[in-house]
Design a protein around this ligand. Structure first.
Ligand SMILES: Cc1cc2nc3c(=O)[nH]c(=O)nc-3n(C[C@H](O)[C@H](O)[C@H](O)COP(=O)(O)OP(=O)(O)OC[C@H]3O[C@@H](n4cnc5c(N)ncnc54)[C@H](O)[C@@H]3O)c2cc1C
Length: 384
């Protein structure tokens, strides 16, 4: 690519890769900057389910993302039909009220013999809502397929170094990589939980997130911008991978995930199990500090046997650990950032970035391309 690209995208997760694909397919010149590898973050290590978000503000993103996935191909296969989600608890007092605002999910209360008939792998004494949603997919498949699609449309990927927003005053001039300016017409920040760092190249010392691969601060020559605070924070998750002789047919989730976006926060562990192509991901943790996955794995499995007794004695084949890009209200930040020119955000999808990422990226792509973009105000980055 000889001339400066129209767009630099920082981050090669599901959001950055799908954004690059939509931009490049519209004829724009795009460079994606990824500091580690495609799907190195949560987009490669999630539980792997595309499912209804049970939040009216997010339903359109979900439905549109399902459409994108159904035609994606390139190694990605969306199950044609949902396998069904069981929102399960061993304490009936904790059962969430019927999600009656989504009748299309056909909520059905199951307990006792009815629940065990629907999902024989479950322990006795549980109660669950069954919802007609949940399509399991291998964790990195979506990001990799969108990266392939972006490359096919001419997008370039520069992998191995962190990139940071470069500004002249309040206008984006491109990104800095290893202290050097790489010009671009506009910059899109899709760096997951590290998005605030990519936006604030002047920040010295540890930001709200510290991890071994944390980006080095850009050299002092970088232009300073007084950006917003950590509007996206890491919510770390660990899931254990197993090959179960008798894997659950449903997606299983312990009730309570909504509490995670409420002020008081949620519990540090909520049981979940998702099986895609014979591999079950059993989790999951929700912590602000980076966990030690090997230490957490035995406790996670022990907790999960309350729900799935068949887990006892099965050896894990691996552990996935990664950080969810979580916002305070549980909604993503999409579109232009107030106070800066040529800077857009596409991040903050928390626990549901695989489910919502492609439609979010399509909205931000339209905004960057100057097309009419219908970013709902509740999800606009302007609210930062
Ligand atoms: C345990 C767990 C289970 C989950 N399960 C599900 C699920 O079943 N379904 C679902 O829908 N969602 C799930 N999620 C959430 C989902 O994985 C995330 O919301 C989604 O992957 C976020 O995608 P992203 O592209 O925004 O960010 P990321 O995947 O984090 O990608 C950001 C990328 O940016 C790169 N980067 C960071 N800083 C820089 C920089 N300065 N320069 C260049 N590159 C940089 C990183 O290396 C990374 O590759 C789960 C998350 C966790 C933790």
């Amino acid at each position: 690519m000889s001339a400066a690209p129209d767009f630099a995208v920082i981050g090669g997760g599901i959001v950055g890769c799908s954004l690059a694909a939509f931009l490049a397919e519209a004829g724009a010149r795009v460079v994606v900057y990824e500091r580690e590898a495609i799907a190195a973050g949560a987009s490669g290590r999630n539980s792997g389910v595309v499912q209804h978000p049970l939040d009216p503000a997010l339903v359109e993103l979900y439905e549109e993302s399902v459409e994108h996935y159904s035609t994606l191909g390139r190694g990605f296969e969306l199950p044609a039909d949902p396998v069904g989600l069981l929102l399960v608890t061993d304490d009936p007092d904790n059962l969430e009220p019927e999600p009656s605002e989504f009748p299309e999910l056909r909520p059905t209360l199951l307990e006792g013999a009815d629940l065990r008939a629907a999902e024989p792998t479950l322990a006795e004494g549980l109660v669950a809502w069954r919802l007609e949603t949940g399509r399991p997919v291998p964790p990195a498949a979506a990001a990799n397929a969108f990266a392939t699609r972006a490359r096919e449309a001419g997008a370039e990927f520069r992998i191995g170094e962190p990139a940071f927003l470069a500004l002249d005053g309040t206008r984006a001039t491109g990104v800095t990589v290893a202290g050097e300016l790489q010009p671009a017409g506009a910059v899109a920040l899709a760096a997951g939980p590290w998005t605030p760092e990519a936006l604030k190249p002047h920040v010295k010392g540890p930001g709200p997130l510290t991890m071994p691969t944390a980006p080095k601060p850009a050299p002092a020559a970088a232009v300073n911008v007084k950006g917003p605070g950590p509007f996206i924070r890491a919510l770390w998750g660990v899931v254990v991978e197993l090959e179960l002789p008798d894997a659950p047919k449903h997606v299983l989730e312990e009730t309570g995930i909504k509490a995670l976006t409420q002020k008081a926060g949620g519990p540090p562990v909520l049981f979940s199990a998702v099986t895609a192509r014979g591999i079950s991901a059993v989790g999951s943790t929700f912590t602000r500090n980076q966990p030690d996955p090997a230490k957490l794995a035995p406790g996670l499995l022990e907790n999960a046997t309350r729900f799935l007794p068949g887990l006892k004695g099965v050896n894990p084949r691996g552990v996935r650990a990664c950080a969810r890009p979580s916002s305070a209200d549980g909604w993503p930040f999409l579109g232009p950032l107030a106070g800066l020119e040529g800077v857009s955000v596409a991040s903050g999808h928390g626990a549901w970035g695989i489910t919502l990422g492609p439609a979010s990226a399509r909205l931000v792509a339209d905004q960057l391309l100057g097309r009419p973009a219908e970013i709902p105000p509740a999800l606009a980055a302007g609210r930062i």
